[in-house]
Design a protein around this ligand. Structure first.
Ligand SMILES: *[C@@H]1O[C@H](CO)[C@@H](O)[C@H](O)[C@H]1NC(C)=O
Ligand SMILES: *[C@@H]1O[C@H](CO)[C@@H](O)[C@H](O)[C@H]1NC(C)=O
Ligand SMILES: *[C@@H]1O[C@H](CO)[C@@H](O)[C@H](O)[C@H]1NC(C)=O
Ligand SMILES: *[C@@H]1O[C@H](CO)[C@@H](O)[C@H](O)[C@H]1NC(C)=O
Length: 345
């Protein structure tokens, strides 16, 4: 009997989700009912004891863990404005990287008085990479304009684009302190690796947003943003893929190793399973389980992964906690969704 009940208790122990917990409630009751028919009192008591211990443990884990991976409540305006945080980040990173100047030199009104980014600077890029990144930067300016025009904007949040911030992210990804510290602005390959960190998060966010939008105009806007965002991600991944097996000097690690480790870091921070894959993966994660080559990151049916705003905040704050700002957003992201999480502190 105990062994029959055990599989039902196991998911409860793992604290999988509230709905499984409810289902288990019934299963446990029926397990106990059958148990009533057992003759020996001792056996019954010891099983009940084990059950109580397991239930307590399960409850404790339920309370502790289970960050939210499910949908959030928000209207179209809040959802699209949430994305504006990421568009500001991308715009500043790309514009500074390619041109040595940011949004305040190009469309100063868009920042609505928000503070300038910290530590962003011109990157030492080869001419082709420079032209690609310059174009991406202008595309982000267009994205910000489209969002502001359609639903309205908000002040640009404080952005940390310093070498130290990117170096910290890379240290966390590889699991030790890189010597010398990783410098995103030092050369093309470092800059493209740093770029791997950014648009993908916007892309999976847009995939997550579209199904929740009710308004035709909002859906059209986000579909248009998603198309270009995923194009940018594909270009960045292709540039990296061409060099996947080359080492990133002076570190022993290869380009593909860095992508795999950054993707793993993002999965760990978001705490909602695998939704982010590097350039070379085990076949079970490759397209149709048939290839280790993974130039695009996608699920078992090669559909884009999607992420919710709390997952994204856990990643871009680098804290694994949507209420604890840091990383790219030292003072938190703006807009109702992000500010509500901060208010919960
Ligand atoms: C930016 O990030 C670095 C590295 O974590 C940190 O030392 C620095 O204080 C941050 N800057 C701001 C303005 O938060
Ligand atoms: C959809 O959103 C647009 C832009 O915010 C707005 O002008 C329009 O009135 C909305 N339509 C409906 C049916 O809510
Ligand atoms: C690939 O493997 C995963 C599990 O690793 C499985 O869920 C999926 O159905 C497989 N896909 C195909 C096409 O065999
Ligand atoms: C998230 O951060 C907030 C603010 O620092 C803190 O109150 C809360 O306990 C943290 N949550 C978890 C699960 O660590």
């Amino acid at each position: 009997m105990v062994s029959n009940c055990f599989p039902f208790l196991f998911p409860l122990l793992m604290g999988a989700s509230a709905s499984i917990k409810t289902a288990n409630g019934f299963l446990i009751i029926s397990c106990m009912y059958v148990l009533e028919k057992r003759k020996t009192m001792a056996r019954r008591l010891s099983f009940l004891f084990v059950l109580l211990v397991l239930l307590n443990l399960g409850m404790a884990i339920l309370v502790m863990a289970a960050p939210s991976c499910g949908p959030i409540e928000a209207n179209d305006k809040d959802r699209i404005q949430f994305a504006l945080n990421l568009e500001f980040l991308e715009a500043e990173f790309f514009l500074y990287g390619a041109l040595g100047k940011g949004l305040d030199s190009i469309e100063p009104s868009f920042a609505q008085g928000g503070p300038p980014p910290v530590g962003a600077t011109k990157a030492n890029l080869d001419p082709v990479t420079n032209r690609i990144i310059e174009e991406f930067g202008y595309q982000e300016v267009g994205h910000i304009r489209a969002i502001i025009k359609t639903i309205g904007g908000f002040p640009r949040p404080l952005l940390n684009l310093s070498r130290d911030n990117l170096a910290t992210i890379f240290d966390e990804a590889v699991g030790f302190k890189l010597r010398p510290p990783f410098d995103p602005y030092a050369n093309s390959i470092n800059y493209i690796l740093a770029s791997y960190v950014i648009p993908y998060v916007g892309l999976v966010g847009y995939v997550g947003t579209i199904p929740s939008l009710v308004n035709f105009t909002s859906r059209g806007l986000v579909a248009g943003l998603l198309g270009v965002e995923s194009g940018q991600d594909a270009v960045i991944r292709t540039l990296l893929y061409e060099r996947a097996l080359l080492p990133v000097p002076p570190y022993g690690l290869k380009v593909a190793d860095f992508t795999n480790k950054i993707s793993k870091l993002r999965n760990d921070l978001a705490m909602c399973g695998i939704k982010d894959e590097g350039l070379i993966v085990p076949k079970q994660l490759g397209a149709e389980n048939k290839t280790e080559s993974n130039i695009l990151s996608a699920d078992a049916n090669s559909l884009s992964y999607s992420r919710t705003p709390p997952e994204i905040l856990r990643i871009v704050y680098g804290s694994g906690n949507e209420s604890k700002p840091g990383g790219f957003y030292p003072k938190g992201a703006n807009g109702r969704i992000a500010r509500d999480f901060l208010a919960k502190i």
